[in-house]
Design a binder for this molecule. Sequence first.
Ligand SMILES: [Cu+2]
Length: 130
Amino acid sequence: MHRSRTMTRFPWLVALSLLLAACASSTPSADTGTTPSATTADGGGGGETVSLSGNAFSPSSLTIASGTTVTFTDTATHTVTEGTDGEAVDDPIVDESGGADIEVTFDEPGTYNITCKVHPEMNMTITVEG
Ligand SMILES: [Cu+2]
């Protein structure tokens, strides 16, 4: 008697758990459909983010490993330019007007000064380690 009672309960629980599993698995697949591959802002692959909000690079210095991508955000009225005090160096690694986020990948070890041509007081240093 006791045994047959357990047997009748069991299939009902299995059916319920299958139903819950089906609901749970449908949520992640909906998410992957909307993942924008272009917006890999911060976190993700270990990249760094520099904000230009408030007419200042923040942080004002950054040390990264070679191959790291730095994403400059809040670029609206600015440029992201390799140079100092609003002046670009010859053949800058980056010299872009703002608007959208600007991504720069630093492959070569060294020290890079970054400035804004609109606001010469905006300066930062990026040290790329090999
Ligand atoms: Cu600026």
